[in-house]
Design a protein around this ligand. Structure first.
Ligand code: UD1
Ligand code: MG
Length: 423
């Protein structure tokens, strides 16, 4: 029933909204739901090779990491690999079910072409989230380096991620107004905040120590407020940097890869067991996130045969926020999120109601040329188009993902030069 509500709300919106980016209700394909296109496995294979070689080189050869920790990471990687195949197999099955319940969207950036009339199954993030949670729960039995504190925080993290997945799915099904969407992550962050028993102090950057007069500052409840805001920011910032085939999952894949490299480098360079544990915590959640997201990416890359839904954007954002918070690398995470921060800043006038905010802030599409043109909506997608000129959807998405990767590289360079001087 709820799914029908979504379809009808879209139809009503289409009828009332004058925004040109809105989807039309096609009639030609109304009753024919052909199976989705096969996954783009070649692309995923190349991406995996590109990432796995340096990653496993750092894990097994470059750094001297304890064999127990290596073993836990490897088991987690094995589970994640299984998760990749399960997700890839489940997506076509789930697609049939969501279409049957009228949970689909039209590809707005193909409006006016035959592809724009196809019902694209929506909210496939639910498969990724479900497989991820099963893997993450199972993994507790294989973590040989865990203590009871670790388990409490780990389960609180999973509760927040699970709650976010649920709220994202509720949003996809009910299509809640976007101002309500903005506050959904604040509820999902509660389990994490309530269970958090870690430190609430921050290390003052060395150049600021003479001015502050302290090396370590205990922020108390302000630290928890910061955690809360970070969770709300990460989830929403992924969701509003969206609307191109592959962009939602692609940005997650790039950031998750950067997080993993960062974690291994920190574990390898540190002698402090607690510090290593915090970064291992992050690896145990990000490896399954990356693997299951890659499976979704194989269907969502241009031209998309499935959409990820807010289920996925919220889930992925919350997972990365959780690992940044509990892994104690939130500043680094925010630099990995540089494109999302820029997109948020560009969005501020529309998000806070100073300028009219349409339902979709997507570029203009010309069906004759197949190219996108930047509109005046404040998003990084439009900014890129205004800066670099008209582009096809695939090229624009690739350019934005390269920019994401550059932001991550910049973060590694910054960390390299500032270590020792900054903290
Ligand atoms: C956010 C953005 C909105 C953007 C939308 C795209 C804000 C405040 N909101 O809204 O501007 O248009 O994400 O996801 O910035 N779609 C495509 N191609 C894609 C992905 C999605 O056409 O590659 C369309 C489909 O019709 C799909 C719909 O976007 O059904 C999903 O939109 P939804 O995620 O519900 O939008 P919001 O998250 O509310
Ligand atoms: Mg969305």
């Amino acid at each position: 029933m709820a799914a029908r509500k979504r379809a009808s709300s879209r139809a009503i919106a289409t009828a009332t909204d004058t925004d040109t980016s809105k989807s039309e209700t096609p009639t030609s394909q109304e009753h024919a739901d052909p199976p989705i296109a096969p996954p783009k496995s070649g692309l995923i294979f190349k991406l995996c090779l590109f990432f796995a070689i340096p990653y496993f080189y750092l894990l097994f050869y470059h750094y001297k990491i304890e064999s127990e920790l290596q073993r836990s990471i490897l088991i987690n990687a094995g589970l994640s690999l299984a998760g990749f195949f399960i997700t890839q197999k489940m997506i076509p099955v789930a697609s049939r079910y969501v279409l049957r319940r009228n949970l689909f969207g039209y590809d707005i950036n193909k409006k006016g072409t035959p592809q724009g009339t196809i019902k694209v199954p929506e909210s496939l993030g639910i498969v990724v989230g479900a497989v991820f949670l099963v893997l993450a729960i199972l993994f507790q039995y294989f973590n040989f380096t865990a203590d009871s504190n670790w388990l409490v925080e780990y389960n609180a993290a999973l509760a927040s991620i699970c709650f976010m997945l649920l709220l994202g799915f509720v949003d996809d099904v009910l299509d809640v107004p976007w101002r309500v969407k903005l506050i959904l992550p604040s509820f999902a962050a509660l389990p994490l905040l309530m269970a958090y028993a870690g430190h609430t102090s921050i290390i003052i950057p060395k150049p600021l120590v003479p001015y502050v007069g302290l090396e370590i500052l205990d922020l108390g409840w302000i630290y928890k407020l910061y955690m809360f805001l970070l969770a709300v920011f990460c989830t929403n910032s992924i969701n509003i940097h969206a609307g191109l085939n592959g962009l939602e999952v692609g940005q997650t894949v790039v950031i998750a890869s950067a997080i993993l490299l960062h974690n291994i480098m920190q574990i390898g360079a540190s002698l402090d067991p607690e510090y290593k544990q915090a970064h291992a915590f992050s690896i145990y959640l990000v490896q399954p996130l990356l693997a299951t997201s890659l499976a979704l990416f194989s269907y969502n890359w241009y031209p998309s045969s499935v959409f990820v839904g807010d289920t996925y954007t919220y889930f992925a954002g919350m997972t990365m926020a959780v690992v940044g918070i509990l892994g104690h690398f939130s500043e680094t995470l925010l630099i990995f999120f540089l494109p999302q921060v820029l997109n948020f800043l560009l969005s501020v006038p529309q998000l806070f109601g100073f300028v009219k905010c349409p339902r979709h802030r997507l570029p203009g599409f010309n069906p004759q040329t197949g190219l996108l043109t930047g509109t005046n909506d404040g998003t990084l997608v439009n900014f890129f188009l205004r800066l670099f000129g008209k582009m096809s959807e695939g090229s624009l998405c690739a350019a934005l993902l390269v920019f994401q990767a550059i932001a991550c590289c910049l973060c590694f360079v910054l960390r390299y030069f500032l270590t020792g001087w900054y903290k």
